[in-house]
Design a protein around this ligand. Structure first.
Ligand SMILES: CC(C)(COP(=O)(O)OP(=O)(O)OC[C@H]1O[C@@H](n2cnc3c(N)ncnc32)[C@H](O)[C@@H]1OP(=O)(O)O)[C@@H](O)C(=O)NCCC(=O)NCCS
Length: 164
């Protein structure tokens, strides 16, 4: 019994984010980004009618686990935008980022989005790999846009994908 529990492969579902998720989303955001957003910021975004999000949940966990991943996006007048996306470091590269992004892109299209934009640090290899694989193309560049806690600056790339 214990052996099968220990070897159990985690399985996840992607479900809409709701207000009760904001605390867990904010904790994961704080783990993955240098400038954390508080749960109040997530709550005030999520309660705007043009903002939506998805979270990943492990479906075969015996104990309550920290949130594995989330995405938050917005759609206004045909243009959608990924506001933030992250997965837990220990479940990276298992397809969750892909599934969360697909859910956000599908929802953006259903809301009338014709294209979707995002900004990414030019040095963020994993995110760039994910976005390119999803069909995003670079459409702009903002030099010196990001500043980390040590004061180092980096370039933001603006990427776009048409929602077909
Ligand atoms: C970016 C992030 C969301 C990717 O999530 P993920 O669940 O690890 O990504 P996936 O497993 O779905 O990967 C999908 C594809 O993205 C690409 N990719 C992901 N990580 C990569 C890496 N380290 N190097 C190169 N390509 C990568 C690959 O093409 C991958 O497909 P493959 O595994 O079949 O080769 C995750 O790394 C993360 O949370 N990073 C910290 C927060 C962050 O930077 N968010 C984005 C801000 S713009």
């Amino acid at each position: 019994m214990l052996e099968s529990y220990l070897t159990l492969k985690a399985e996840f579902e992607i479900i809409p984010m709701d207000a009760d998720d904001c605390r867990a989303v904010s904790i994961l955001h704080g783990e993955r980004f240098a400038r954390p957003w508080g749960d109040g910021e997530f709550y005030s975004l999520l309660t705007q009618s043009n903002v939506f999000g998805f979270v990943a949940r492990q479906t075969n966990a015996f104990l309550k686990k920290p949130l594995p991943g989330f995405v938050l996006a917005r759609e206004v007048a045909g243009e959608a935008e990924i506001l933030t996306v992250a997965v837990q470091a220990k479940v990276e590269r298992s397809g969750l980022g892909w599934r969360l992004m697909q859910a956000a892109m599908r929802e953006a299209k259903q809301r009338g989005g014709e294209s979707i934009f995002l900004e990414v640090d030019a040095g963020n290899v994993s995110a760039l790999g994910l976005y390119r694989k999803l069909g995003f193309d670079q459409v702009g560049e903002r030099r010196g846009y990001y500043k980390d806690v040590s004061g180092a600056v980096s370039t933001a790339l603006v990427m776009k994908r048409v929602l077909r």
